[in-house]
Design a protein around this ligand. Structure first.
Ligand SMILES: O=C(O)CCC(=O)C(=O)O
Length: 324
């Protein structure tokens, strides 16, 4: 039996926060960059555990209830989100994290430790796609939680400005979930600093020159352009998996304390090896707000008026779309 090799990967450019500072700090760039240890200097490093976030209550003492992603949203039919209390979910993640750490396997993952630890810069390699067949992704995922809007005082815990200098309009989403969450292939229109606080995630990146083989989808999302390639179902998608195999990707192992710069229009997908807390900080400079932000808002307005990609989106219950 032939094993599907898929795209060729290389390790993403990587630097420690100390080395980056010696070079005068982060400079604008169009390729991804993994900065080891950047997040360890921020208050979030000490303050954010699953249990501590579970303790959050609204000012009136009421429990925090929010919407959870129910299955993969980027590909196929988006299921209606579930409104659930946050605290019990997070307390379970704290327990699961300890168990997974204690039983850590050198063989788990798209690029398991056994392979990853021996890779050299510039070396080409393939991933173990069979890993994604070993579980059902995203039973319930607390993805894109607007926690910093709900609790603005927590913004101080992320010193993103120490890494990303200069004025820009920023907004943040928090991702908290168990091992084996999958975020499907897409790209975002703004640049993004992806900050890993807890757990390990495998982050696959495909720079824009891969676009012709990324099978761009017609499914609408406010900030993202989606792909029809479902990395969890490659064995059911002969056309898409053949195109995907022509791409050249970058592999980032995001460990706790790391920050990954994901440039705009870089296709990516993410698989968690452990229960994780991650924060994505999206930012637009003033010219980017005027150009990109304006266009995106117009599309959103047309969508809500049911004039653009209605019935095939990540934000409303879908009727028309076919499962992938
Ligand atoms: O961590 C995840 O599951 C997804 C993160 C992501 O797609 C992003 O930051 O753009």
């Amino acid at each position: 039996m032939n094993i599907y090799e898929g795209p060729t990967f290389q390790l993403v450019d990587t630097i420690t926060i100390e080395e980056l500072e010696k070079q005068g700090g982060f400079k604008p760039r169009t390729r991804p960059l993994l900065v080891k240890g950047a997040v360890k200097r921020w208050p979030v490093w000490e303050k954010w555990t699953f249990n501590q976030i579970a303790d959050l209550k609204h000012k009136d003492g009421s429990e925090v209830v929010t919407s959870f992603q129910n299955g993969l949203v980027e590909q196929g039919v988006t299921k209606e989100p579930l409104m659930l209390p946050v605290a019990p979910y997070l307390r379970e993640l704290e327990d699961e994290a300890a168990k997974i750490r204690a039983n850590w396997s050198e063989n788990t993952g798209l690029c398991p430790d056994r392979v990853w630890k021996g890779l050299r810069r510039g070396e080409k390699f393939h991933l173990n796609w069979a890993h994604l067949q070993s579980f059902t992704p995203n039973k319930v995922y607390l993805a894109q939680w607007d926690i910093l809007k709900e609790f603005p005082e927590l913004k101080k815990d992320f010193a993103i400005r120490s890494l990303w200098k200069g004025w820009r309009w920023t907004w943040e989403y928090v991702f908290m979930g168990p091992a084996n969450t999958v975020t499907g292939l897409h790209y975002d229109f703004p640049n993004n600093w992806f900050c890993q606080v807890k757990g390990v995630k495998e982050f696959l990146l495909f720079p824009p020159e891969n676009a012709e083989n990324m099978c761009q989808s017609r499914k609408y999302d406010w900030g993202a352009t989606l792909s029809d390639i479902n990395i969890s179902k490659l064995n059911q998608q002969p056309r898409e998996s053949a195109m995907f195999a022509k791409t050249n990707g970058l592999y980032a192992r995001c460990e706790p304390g790391d920050a990954l710069f994901v440039p705009k229009q870089t296709w990516h997908c993410v698989v968690a090896l452990e229960p994780s807390i991650s924060l994505a900080v999206f930012g637009l400079t003033l010219p980017e707000v005027i150009i990109g932000g304006g266009a995106s808002e117009v599309r959103n307005l047309l969508h809500r008026m049911r004039l653009y990609r209605w019935g095939n989106c990540t934000c409303h219950k879908m009727k028309g779309a076919l499962p992938v």
